[in-house]
Design a protein around this ligand. Sequence first.
Ligand code: PEP
Ligand code: MN
Length: 381
Amino acid sequence: MALPCERESIRGDPRYCQPNRQLPVAEEGSEAYHPGLPGESANMLIVMEKGASEEQIRAVMDRILALGLRPHPIPGAERTAIGITGNHGPLDPAEFEILPGVQQAIRVTKPYKLVSREVKTADSVIRVGGRPVGGPRLTIIAGPCAVESEAQTLAIAHKVREAGADLLRGGAFKPRTSPYSFQGLGLAGLRILARAREETGLPIVSEAVDEESLAMVEEHADAVQIGARNMQNFSLLKRAGKSKIPVFLKRGMSATLDEFLMAAEYVVSEGNYQVFLCERGVRTFADHTRNTLDLAIVPAVKHLSHLPILVDPSHGTGRRDKVAPLARAAIAAGADGVMIEVHNDPARALSDGPQAILPEEFASLVHDLRALAGLLGRTHD
Ligand code: PEP
Ligand code: MN
């Protein structure tokens, strides 16, 4: 079934369709625009009847807009649902249930709404540069922690592509603990990544650390990473919610499950539904690894949310020898993929050398992950 915004009569209507978005966004400044507070909003889901017409769907969306609220059409295999955000008080289901084509108006009980399985039961599949993230196929993201030079990035990009990576990672803007550490090549780094995509065909995932870098990342990359240190940078999350490219949201190092999903809700509530999550380890008293990789969050997220979740065992352990075992464990725990830092000369890496694995080690890991995928009813080829 076509997404509501792909339907003939709705396509091209700026209130419902914006490039690369599945969700409608009222123009900022217009009467209908109402940013709302995710914690208090979206407390209703309108489920349309199976055979509801485009006109009926449009009429419901118009009604929601007329109330100063925001409609979010949600793709479904059989029927269309429409989430509502922007309200600060309870909504009356009867208000919507009387409209033609509406089967039911349901109150959403979770604090996060649009990312919740209450609102959308089927797993979401996000497209990054045309490649699926989520669904049965595993996604393997690989590349250096930071873009250091053209030669380094191109060499690693070719190696990880040959080994079977789906997406290339590399930081051009690096959020470093010390102001004296390498901060990334900035725009020049993004240009190198674009060159690597040209040569290898691998879509690019790269981090933005503020609104200025986000504008540059969305120009050059295929998905923008919001890192652990920015998971609760709400203005950055809102800006990412207005982006036309998917958002790869990493868990903050002290974030609870609810805080993680609420951060994703910030992005989605602004109209960008293309969000995929990443567990990257949290701070504990354990000191045998850089962070403690919390694999239990994978089934917990899967239970509560339809968004894909990947695991990053590189930052999650900080130690090269522990990356492959934890990557295998992540897939066994049900993750939709992994993100792995790979370097061709880890001893000389400008950041995160101790956790980078060599291209040959990465190739052998991909081999193992493919074998596991087969056992678990997933694919990767
Ligand atoms: C990274 O992926 O390079 C990174 C900085 O990750 P995190 O935000 O998880 O520390
Ligand atoms: Mn890193």
